[in-house]
Design a binder for this molecule. Sequence first.
Ligand SMILES: C[S@@+](CC[C@H](N)C(=O)[O-])C[C@H]1O[C@@H](n2cnc3c(N)ncnc32)[C@H](O)[C@@H]1O
Length: 276
Amino acid sequence: MQATPQTPPREFEFSDRDFEFLRKLVKEKAGIVLADHKRNMVYSRIARRFRALGLNRGEDYVALLAKPNSVELPELLNAITTNLTHFFRENHHFEFLAQQFSAGGRFNTADRIRVWSAGCSAGMEPYSIAMTLCEALENKARQVKILATDLDSTMLDRGREGKYRLDDVEAIPTAYKKKYLHITPHGAQVQTQLRQMIHYKLLNLMQQSWPLKGPFQIIFCRNVMIYFDKETQKVLVGKFAQLLQPGGFLIIGHSENVSGMHPNLKLIGRTIYEKS
Ligand SMILES: C[S@@+](CC[C@H](N)C(=O)[O-])C[C@H]1O[C@@H](n2cnc3c(N)ncnc32)[C@H](O)[C@@H]1O
């Protein structure tokens, strides 16, 4: 006979009702869909908030969040988001980026270079973009601006600081590490020049209007929309398409698919869409 799975004993009270409240709020505010099986994950992520706030019961946490303009809401969203990322993740996207900006590439002669990392997490994605662009452009003087946005303010702080553990920077090619990082036996920091190419901004993709100026040649929004439902993805894809210049590209994560969501976006490579 199979044993019934047991919920592990909990430090704090957390009822089905509390979970339902949080699930609805997170979907409404951040677009993130929390399936039933995410209950334990949600509990473990918010347990830190209970400790920080000195609370013992889910219903007290719910009451805090239910207040108008609750200051706990951004903290909840910071706690709930999945921030997994690494340097040169899904590397063929960076090979593609390099091709577009290298000699003979579509954007090699552009005077104004604008790339957006939407859902940039701790900065590894925008720094991978910055290193790739510097190499492709061979340090030719250009106006290069990389916009890096996220909903999670703690991730933006980490990105701005540009400090990483030595094992985090292992995925960076050795030549780039020498050129763009300051490495000590205790850790690594991205050099100031590279950090200055990136503008970190708080942006919730669910907010109605995005205070951003396009057009962008390339938008990276990788491993972010996977947490949203199809309807939300479609709205976002429409907004990305508007901000891309004709001939620009939207790049998404390997386990995502937005084919058919916008008439002007055509799949031209693995998870790479071109705007017509
Ligand atoms: C799994 S990480 C992906 C990071 C990076 N793009 C990569 O592929 O390595 C997802 C990021 O999306 C952010 N995110 C989730 N919902 C968001 C929203 N509604 N608006 C903006 N960013 C969001 C999270 O905070 C998190 O940093």
